[in-house]
Design a protein around this ligand. Sequence first.
Ligand code: 0X9
Ligand code: ZN
Length: 405
Amino acid sequence: MKKSPVFFLLVFAVFLLSFTPFHFSTQDSLYILKMDASSKEERTAITSLGVAIEEVKPNYIVGIAHEDSLQKLTAHSFKFEAKPLKQFLLDFPVKDADFHNYSEMEAELKSFAEKYPHIAELSSIGESIQQRKLYIMRLSGPTPSSTPKPAIIFMGLHHAREHLSAEVPYFLIKHLLENYGKDEKITQLMDEREIWVLPMVNPDGAEYDIESGVYKFWRKNVRSEGADRMYGVDLNRNYGYRWGQEGASDNPRAETYRGPHAFSEPETQAVKRFVESHPNITILLSYHTYSELILYPWGHTYHDIEDPQDFGVHKTLATEVGRITGYKPQQASDLYITSGDTTDWSYGTHGIYSFTIELYPGSMWEGGFYPSAAKIQKVVHDNIPAALYLIDTADHPRKVLPNLN
Ligand code: 0X9
Ligand code: ZN
């Protein structure tokens, strides 16, 4: 049944008001928008104009965009409803103390490495723009191996406001360490694999998002020009496989700004160096929020992965991870096209089976980027079994294909 525009306006107002209250200082030119975009081609065009699409529903999408991108949408005859973020502020800070800020994460990781020196090794793969160390934990049993053990890498927090995406990898580390020697399966997996976990790819952005005690809805890193002209690069548009094509913006103010060239940012350079120097990695998982999806390449084209076996492995693993988590498996470009994202690069350049998991919640209604800290354990609980399944599969991912063992 066709609903009136007033109905949609009311729905839109209610879901915006249902956010946790927050306060903005520097995001004055950001807007939340809602618009019809039922085809992936439309959504690709929209994100190419700089909109970060956050929610894809059958009849509408919800996105976040700088005012520049709204002008472009209008110039391209797109119809949308947009409200300035600042219109929905209430004037008190949010307390989400259970999320880890950078220094808390750093302290926890260091203490894990001290407590479990035989199975945990903390190092840094490089530094962010503001010289924060990009910590990575290596988890592996002390059992000797004449050849490198098969490896898997989990990453979190490419996007600053997606704080839950650092909690899942953090709690994965904790779970593995606390269960080594107690849980038979975990002990076996850690003995036979090398597990790398990098909870915060974009620590500067995450700190910037929370530094005033109130969320800024920041997405990108903190790349700036001069002291007060911070624009940021979308790290999930800065990787080097088919960089600079559709689904990213060349406008530094846009939410999906791809950077001046591929791997222009120290954070993506660090990931690149690390992955290049660990050819034993067979599976890569990048946690994001939100929408409850399991996404696999390609992201830069609507076509399927060309190699039928690689396609089958991605699809089978995504389906199984979807079954375990309750999230929906799908090809990334079915949402919209992106260029320069992590998983197209890790698969396209390195042949690593690669997935983006968009974590809880399913929608803005349930908190969007800023769900209550009370949800952290539920999300961890939903995602750890899927991570264990992927760790298990990392020795020979093609084993999931029928008749191909
Ligand atoms: O747009 C992104 O970078 C990811 N979504 S998010 O809301 N976390 O920003 C999804 C990237 C998945 N790739 C494609 N849709 N092609
Ligand atoms: Zn993201």
